[in-house]
Design a protein around this ligand. Structure first.
Ligand code: GLN
Length: 321
């Protein structure tokens, strides 16, 4: 079926979602990373980026928050760019773990590969793969450049978050060394872990995440800058990774109820990709027990359902003025 939606319908749905959920008190800021516990819990922003580069923004869309696990999508794309789809599959994998993002049990169960670049083990492995091997500074440059190209503007490291996370990331240190034990990390474990921790500590805005979502939805062509960031052939692979494990052990429920592949981070951000239509992002710090922002989930779900959109509908969607 052909479906037409107007920009004003999207705007209205985003405004309604913001109004409906801004007073929602469910969830709690992540507190296992001390910096995140102190962020204003009332911050709430929604941004939609269309494939012509226009954005629709409601609320706190320009507040730089910790990108956290949404960064995993970006570095998975960088690995695709540097190695191609087959190597990502053989060296990391593309399977859901069905377990929490930081699960050590998942590595023990499936120790022939770390499963997917979108959980901690696979994301640390992805950081280890970033070229050039052994050069922390140059690898970091590649990671940040890739994020800048996908988001249309540069992210900025939140030093306090980086320190806070480096001081408390004992579980992730175990993951990095367990990967080493199984030959599933491809550079120095401490160097790889540090890159992972640093990328999680980058400040990003909902506006920037929506531009990245739109770039993926637009087959790698950034609609804001017109830069072809990655080979269009990778787009379905990126979206399938997100669809499979974007919300960890809640991914199935999320897809079933929202109809959009999306990736969350414990900083409160969510980035959604509706191929051929738009990128959508929402940000609000309080998260649920799986680490996914409560209000951002409600908002994106509301907008998708209100507009009658779903990646599984088979509809071809046209957005009009
Ligand atoms: N940096 C966080 C961690 O590794 C990211 C987790 C997340 O956003 N789900 O624990």
């Amino acid at each position: 079926m052909n479906k037409t939606i107007s920009i004003s319908q999207i705007e209205q749905a985003a405004r309604e979602a913001h109004e409906l959920y801004s007073k929602n008190l469910n969830g709690k800021n992540a507190d296992y990373i001390p910096y995140l516990a102190h962020i204003d819990s009332n911050l709430f922003g929604i941004s939609v980026c269309l494939l012509d580069g226009r954005t629709i923004e409601v609320g706190d869309t320009r507040y730089p928050f910790g990108i956290e696990s949404v960064s995993k999508v970006y570095t998975a794309i960088l690995v695709l760019r540097q190695y191609g789809a087959d190597k990502l599959l053989s060296m990391i994998g593309a399977d859901a773990t069905g377990l929490p993002f930081n699960s050590i049990f998942a590595i023990l169960l499936e120790n022939d590969h770390p499963s997917t670049p979108l959980v901690n083990a696979g994301a640390i492995a992805a950081c280890s793969m970033v070229q050039p091997t052994g050069h922390s500074g140059k690898k970091w440059e590649a990671i940040v450049n890739n994020i800048t190209q996908l988001s249309g503007s540069a992210p900025k490291l939140i030093d306090e978050l980086y320190r806070s996370e480096s001081d408390t990331n004992f579980n992730n240190r175990s993951i990095a060394w367990l990967l080493k034990n199984y030959n599933r990390i491809y550079d120095d474990p401490d160097l790889s872990l540090d890159l992972y921790t640093r990328q999680c500590s980058l400040g990003i805005t909902a506006e920037q995440l929506s531009v990245c979502g739109a770039t993926i939805a637009n087959k790698g062509l950034n609609p804001k800058t017109d830069l072809q960031v990655f080979d269009p052939a990778f787009a379905p692979q990126v979206t399938s990774l997100i669809a499979t494990v974007g919300f960890y052990e809640h991914t199935g429920d999320w897809l079933y109820t929202s109809g959009i592949p999306a990736k969350s981070g414990v900083g409160g951000g969510i980035m959604g990709v509706l191929p051929g239509v738009m990128g959508i992002a929402a940000f609000a710090p309080p998260i649920d027990n799986a680490g996914n922002s409560v209000k951002a989930q409600l908002a994106i779900k509301y907008i998708m359902n209100k507009l009658g959109l779903s990646v599984f509908s088979g509809d071809s969607v046209t957005v009009t003025d």
